[in-house]
Design a binder for this molecule. Structure first.
Ligand code: SF4
Length: 213
C-alpha cells in the first residue's frame, strides 16, 4: 500500500464516520477559543470547560482581560494545571493584543506565536478552527495516532509530524483532519491500551499489523 493510498483510506474512513468532528472546547468567539486553548496545555478539555465560564463572565473580551491583575485572575484558574504561568500568559496575551495588534487577535501563525502562552500548536489550532487555514496542530494524540497508522514515518518531533501530514492531506481537509486524529486518539487509539477491536482503521494500521504478526 502506498502512502497516498494509506492516507486516502484514513480520510475516507473519517469522512464517513466523523463528518462533523470539531473541538470539544466550548467557545463562542475567537477570544474565548484563544483563552481556552492557552488553558488547555497539559490539561483536559473537560476541566478547561469547567473553568472558562467564570473567566468569560468576568472578562468577556480582550480589553477587560488586559486590565485584570494576577490576583484577580488566578483564583479563577487555580484548579487547572500550571495556574501561575497560565494566569501570567493570559494577562500578557491580552496586553500584547491591545498594544501591538490594536485590540484585534491576529489571524496568522507568525503573529499569533508572538503572544505569551501561544506556541505553534495553539496558533495552528486558532487559525485552522476559526479561519480554516490549512495548518495542522500536532498534540500528543495526533503525534501518536499518525505514527501508529503509518501516516508518518520516524517523525521525531511535532513539527516533523505536521510536515509529513501536510504533504498528503488535501488543504481543504486539514482543519477537520486535526480533529479526526485528536478524537480518535482520545477515545479509540488510547496511548496505553488502544481499542483496536473496535477500530475501523485496522486494515491499514501498521501498529495493529505488528501486534497480530
Ligand atoms: S488499529 Fe489500534 S493502533 Fe491502529 S489506529 Fe486503530 S486503535 Fe490505534
Amino acid at each position: 500500500m502506498t502512502k497516498k493510498e494509506r492516507f486516502q483510506f484514513v480520510i475516507d474512513y473519517f469522512e464517513k464516520h466523523a463528518p462533523d468532528a470539531e473541538t470539544e472546547l466550548l467557545y463562542d468567539n475567537t477570544y474565548q477559543l484563544l483563552v481556552a486553548v492557552i488553558l488547555s496545555a497539559q490539561c483536559t478539555d473537560k476541566r478547561v470547560n469547567m473553568t472558562t465560564p467564570a473567566i468569560f463572565e468576568q472578562y468577556p473580551d480582550i480589553p477587560s482581560l488586559s486590565k485584570a491583575t494576577f490576583d484577580d485572575l488566578f483564583p479563577l484558574i487555580k484548579s487547572i494545571s500550571y495556574p501561575n504561568n497560565k494566569t501570567k500568559h493570559l494577562i500578557g496575551m491580552a496586553n500584547m493584543v491591545m498594544d501591538e495588534f490594536n485590540g484585534e487577535i491576529p489571524e496568522t501563525v507568525p503573529e499569533l506565536v508572538k503572544l505569551p502562552g501561544v506556541g505553534r500548536k495553539t496558533a495552528n489550532v486558532i487559525t485552522s478552527v476559526v479561519h480554516h487555514q490549512p495548518n495542522m496542530a500536532v498534540d500528543t494524540h495526533v503525534f501518536r495516532v499518525s505514527a501508529r497508522l503509518g501516516l508518518t514515518t520516524n517523525a521525531k518531533t511535532p513539527l516533523q509530524t505536521e510536515q509529513q501530514l501536510l504533504k498528503y492531506i488535501p488543504r481543504e481537509k486539514v482543519h477537520i483532519a486535526h480533529h479526526w486524529l485528536i478524537l480518535h486518539g482520545r477515545y479509540v487509539c488510547l496511548a496505553r491500551s488502544p481499542k483496536c477491536g473496535e477500530c475501523g482503521l485496522r486494515p491499514i494500521c501498521k501498529y495493529y499489523k505488528q501486534l497480530v504478526s
